[in-house]
Write a protein that binds this ligand. Structure first.
Ligand code: ARG
Length: 348
C-alpha cells in the first residue's frame, strides 16, 4: 500500500489544480484514507507531484475515491467544469436533438470529425487501482462484446501484446494507436503490466474504434473524413447502445459517467474536428476569443500536448460535466460554424 505522511512541497511555478486545492488542512484530513480497492491519497496525487506541469494532477482509483477524497476532488471538479457538489448531471445521447447539418459541405476546411466517450465498468475498480487479473477479465468481456457487433460496427480486435509490426504501423498511420509510456498515466499507476490486457478494436470501415484498458477501460470512438458531425454522433450513439446491452457502465447521478481523470467525468465526451484555418492561425487573438465564447479547446493534431502543423487544428468541446452529450457536440458544432465564417471573412 502506498502512503504519504508529509505535506508535499510544490514549486512556485506549479499551476495544477492539485497544488491549488490541496491545502494543508485537506491533506491532513485525507492522508490516512484508503478506498475499498486500496487507493490512497498518495495514489490520487502522485501523477501531479511527479509531473509538476500537470493541468489537473489527480486520478481516481474507483468510484468511491470521488466520495472518500471529495474535499480534494470537489473543488478540482468545480474549478475545471464549473460544476458544484450539489449539482446533478443529465445525459442525452439522442442524435435527433442535435442541430448540426454539415457546416462544410464542399470540404474546404474540415478534414475529419471524431467523437469519443470514456467508459468504465460498473463492477470493477478504475484502471489506476485495478489488478492484472481484473484488467484481463475486462479485456475479455469487452473484446467479446465488440466482436459480436454486426453490420457497420462489425470488425476485429488487436491485442497490443501480440500485434504484428505491420498492423502496428498501419494503426499509427491511421492515427488509431494510443501512445505508450505517457508520463501522466505512468505516475498514476495506469500503465502497470503494459501492454497486457490492452488493445484496439475497429470496424472494417475504420469509422468505429474502441481502445481497451488505456486511461479508461473503454474509449469508444466514432470518426470519419469530412465534417458530417451529426452522422459521426449518430454512429457513436448507436454503438454505445449496442455495447450497453452487454456491459453496465459506472455511472453516478451526481458525476455522470465515472472516469479515472476528473476532466472526463459527466458525458466523458470529447467531440472534435481537424480543421484547416490558415487565416485564423495568423490572428490567434481572434481565434481564441471565438473558442472561449463557445467553450472550445484548441490542440495540435497529434494528440494532447501536441503542436499545430500547417494551420490544421484540433478543435473540441471543453465542458463535459453538467451538460448533456448533445450540448457537447452542439458547442463544438456552433463554434466550428463561427470559425469557418470568420476564416472566410479574414483578408490575411
Ligand atoms: N493528468 C494530466 C494533467 O493533469 C492530464 C489531464 C487531462 N487529460 C487526460 N488525458 N485525462 O495535466
Amino acid at each position: 500500500m502506498n502512503s504519504i505522511s508529509q505535506y508535499p512541497i510544490f514549486p512556485a511555478n506549479c499551476k495544477s489544480l492539485l497544488c491549488k486545492h490541496l491545502s494543508k488542512e485537506v491533506f491532513k484530513q485525507l492522508k490516512d484514507i484508503i478506498s475499498p480497492n486500496g487507493y490512497s491519497l498518495y495514489d490520487v496525487i502522485n501523477s501531479g507531484i511527479v509531473n509538476i506541469d500537470s493541468g489537473i494532477g489527480v486520478y481516481a482509483g474507483d468510484s468511491e475515491s470521488y466520495q472518500l477524497f471529495a474535499p480534494l476532488f470537489d473543488p478540482i471538479i468545480e474549478d475545471y467544469h464549473g460544476f458544484k457538489a450539489s449539482d446533478k448531471h443529465l445525459s442525452n445521447l439522442n442524435p435527433n436533438d442535435l442541430n448540426a447539418s454539415n457546416p462544410d459541405d464542399d470540404n474546404q476546411y474540415i478534414i475529419s470529425t471524431r467523437i469519443r466517450v470514456a467508459r468504465n465498468l460498473a463492477t470493477y475498480p478504475l484502471g489506476p487501482a485495478i489488478s492484472k487479473n481484473q484488467r484481463n477479465e475486462i479485456e475479455k468481456l469487452v473484446s467479446e462484446t465488440l466482436l459480436s457487433l454486426t453490420a457497420e460496427l462489425a470488425g476485429s480486435y488487436y491485442p497490443l501484446k501480440t500485434m504484428t509490426k505491420e498492423i502496428q504501423n498501419q494503426l499509427i498511420e491511421d492515427h488509431f494507436l494510443f501512445k505508450a509510456g505517457d508520463r501522466f498515466l505512468e505516475a498514476s499507476g495506469l500503465n502497470r503490466d503494459w501492454p497486457d490486457g490492452r488493445g484496439i478494436y475497429h470496424n472494417n470501415d475504420k469509422t468505429f474504434l474502441v481502445w481497451i484498458n488505456e486511461e479508461d477501460q473503454m474509449r469508444i470512438i466514432s470518426m470519419q473524413a469530412g465534417g458530417d458531425i451529426k452522422a459521426t454522433f449518430t454512429r457513436l450513439s448507436s454503438a454505445i447502445a449496442e455495447i450497453e446491452k452487454n456491459i453496465s457502465f459506472a455511472y453516478s447521478e451526481h458525476l455522470g459517467y465515472i472516469s479515472s481523470c476528473p476532466s472526463n467525468l459527466g458525458t466523458a465526451m470529447r467531440a472534435s474536428v481537424h480543421i484547416k484555418l490558415p487565416k485564423l492561425a495568423n490572428n490567434m487573438n481572434v481565434f481564441k476569443d471565438i473558442t472561449d465564447e463557445y467553450h472550445l479547446q484548441i490542440r495540435g493534431i497529434h494528440g494532447e500536448h501536441s503542436e499545430t502543423v500547417d494551420a490544421v487544428f484540433d478543435i473540441s468541446n471543453k465542458r463535459r460535466l453538467g451538460v448533456t452529450e448533445v450540448d457537447c457536440v452542439q458547442d463544438m458544432y456552433d463554434g466550428v460554424v463561427k470559425l469557418i465564417e470568420i476564416e472566410k471573412s479574414l483578408k490575411i
